[in-house]
Design a protein. Structure first.
Length: 150
């Protein structure tokens, strides 16, 4: 395991808030030399602590008004085929194998509740080996900074 100092953590904190910030602006904000900051960021990427720089999209402007998590129980013998079919379902944003009462939890994005219903019943529910599902519609979401960055 690599050791990371306070400066590394400050860099990570700022980049999680805005990955598009320029190195000169971030160096001013943190009070360090831009070349030092650039080499630190490069090192964090090389050590694979920073996996990628990305953007956050306002999904509602794309017509995605409903987000839900769907708990799925499956036939364990069909695990690979089910995973492949879920990966091919465009509206599924992520797939997590979990412990507990479900085998899998998928994150689904839909235009509206009717579209969500169609995705769960017609697409997910008809995959061979899916035994049952339970859908949890997101009413509100509040993101917070990870505890290791505070």
């Amino acid at each position: 395991m690599h050791r990371y100092d306070d400066l590394d953590m400050k860099i990570l904190f700022e980049l999680t808030k805005d990955a598009s910030i320029s190195v000169p602006n971030l160096s001013k904000k943190l009070g360090i030399n831009a070349s030092v900051l650039y080499s630190r960021i490069k090192r964090l990427v090389k050590k694979k602590l920073i996996k990628k720089f990305t953007i956050v999209i306002d999904d509602s402007l794309l017509g995605i008004d409903v987000k839900a998590s769907v708990g799925i129980n499956r036939d364990p013998k069909l695990k690979e085929q089910i995973h492949k079919a879920l990966m091919e379902t465009a509206e599924i944003a992520s797939i997590s194998e979990v412990t507990g009462r479900f085998d899998i939890i998928v994150r689904v994005y839909a235009k509206n509740l009717e579209a969500l219903h169609t995705i769960v019943i017609e697409k997910i529910g008809k995959i061979d080996g899916i035994q049952n599902t339970e859908t949890f519609v997101e009413l509100q979401k509040t993101d917070k900074d990870p505890v290791y960055l505070t």
